[in-house]
Design a binder for this molecule. Structure first.
Ligand SMILES: *Cc1c(COP(=O)(O)O)cnc(C)c1O
Length: 397
């Protein structure tokens, strides 16, 4: 069979999504919505509190605070930690922009370090080497749901008296040595946006075992107002509405089932692609379960025969959308070019991964049959790699 890029029929007659939120039935939401419209309590009501309670008991963490987004949670986390302005925070450049933006908004200086080539996680060794007297904190990211050495970073932070925030945007549903995320470091922040597993339409959650931090996060989402309008600090308007809370409650109920489904899908991808040279999967940390927020592969051009970009374009003609997360990495983005080059760092692995990574379609209700056909397309492209390589060399400026 000819790949579509060479004129064959696309494997999918209609485009399949790269990702899609897995929503609860409308009927399951209706009683809650009826209640909301009846009482007119559309914010600061019982649903967000109920969601927070479910997350506290589900993750085994003392405090969960519902928020308008993960980004606002990260802003408030660094605000609540009250670190010295101008201090450096160590983070990966291989992450979503918001991880870094939260530092900039708090007057902190991002100090990027490299990742590991197979787990895509910030390397604890590199972090230790990057700590100086200017360092005030560390922000670790559970990339695609792979837990970022929670206990190792806790001990590094403790040894050097640094604040530790986890950008846990991808990690609601991750487990590490049998327990969920949520209680590691000073504060963890989760995202409930539509590309994540638990969906509030837009929303976030900050979790902590520290009572004082929890109080500051609660005040912080409410302008900094402790209740008497005499604001303690310059907070945000970053509450989660009751409508969002209700949706999040219903999607949270299916979390474990959806994590299992994605694990199954990732295993199918690995199985179907196991004989294709030049493809490797993200290595998951031992004794843990990832959420597969994304199912990422690396393309070794020499072994696979064509580049990651040519594969992505060939898949697009098969009606298969992919993403190159997280490319460009933060240190290459315009928003960060003003930073001093010493804080931008030398990040060869981040750059290599950004040039070779490809995230394959993945959503909790994806059919096993669709996974098989995506793999069939990749195998077909691999088999005709020589012709495709010629095609691209004739179609490039
Ligand atoms: C999605 C995401 C965020 C931002 O989440 P929002 O809820 O959209 O603000 C932050 N960090 C990472 C790693 C993300 O993937």
């Amino acid at each position: 069979m000819k790949p579509a890029i060479l004129g064959g029929h696309p494997i999918f007659p209609e485009a399949i999504p790269f990702t899609q939120p897995t929503l609860p039935s409308y009927d399951s939401l209706e009683p809650g919505l009826r209640d909301l419209f009846g009482t007119a309590m559309i914010t600061n009501g019982r649903f967000v509190r109920e969601l927070e309670g479910m997350v506290e008991s589900g993750l085994g963490v003392k405090h969960a605070v519902g928020l308008s987004s993960c980004t606002s949670g990260l802003l408030l986390a660094w605000k609540a930690l009250n670190v010295r302005a101008g201090g450096e925070v160590i983070l990966p450049s291989f992450t979503f922009s918001a991880t870094g933006h939260a530092l900039i908004w708090n007057g902190l200086v991002p100090r990027f370090v490299d990742i590991e080539p197979d787990t895509f996680l910030m390397s604890p060794t590199q972090v230790k080497e990057a700590i100086t007297e200017r360092t005030v904190g560390i922000c670790a990211v559970h990339t695609f749901g792979n837990p970022c050495y929670p206990d190792q970073f806790e001990s590094i932070a403790r040894d050097h008296q640094l604040k530790l925030v986890f950008d846990s945007a991808h990690a609601l549903g991750t487990s590490y040595h049998g327990s969920g995320m949520g209680g590691f470091g000073d504060i963890e922040v989760f995202s409930l946006s539509p590309t994540k597993l638990v969906v509030a339409a837009e929303g976030g959650l900050a979790t902590t075992n520290n009572k004082d931090m929890a109080r500051l996060l609660r005040i912080g989402r409410d302008y900094g107002n402790p209740g008497d309008y005499n604001c303690e600090f310059a907070g945000l308007s970053a509450r989660m509405s009751e409508i969002h809370g209700l949706l999040a409650i219903e999607t949270y109920r299916s979390l474990l089932q959806n994590v299992e489904r994605r694990l199954h899908m990732a295993q199918l991808y690995q199985h179907h692609l196991s004989n294709v040279p030049g493809i490797s999967f993200q290595k998951i940390i031992a004794n843990s379960t990832t959420t597969y927020k994304d199912c990422a592969i690396l393309i070794d051009e020499t072994e696979f025969g064509i580049s990651r970009d040519d594969l992505a374009q060939s898949l697009q003609t098969e009606n298969i959308s992919t993403r190159k997360y997280f490319s460009p990495p933060l240190h290459k983005q315009d928003a960060y070019t003003d930073l001093a080059s010493n804080t931008l760092g030398n990040l060869p692995i981040t750059e290599r991964v950004c040039n070779t990574i490809l995230c394959l379609p993945m959503y909790s209700h994806m059919e096993a049959e669709s996974v098989a056909r995506v793999c069939e397309a990749i195998v077909r492209i691999y088999e005709q790699r020589a012709e495709i390589k010629t095609y691209f060399s004739n179609h490039k400026p």
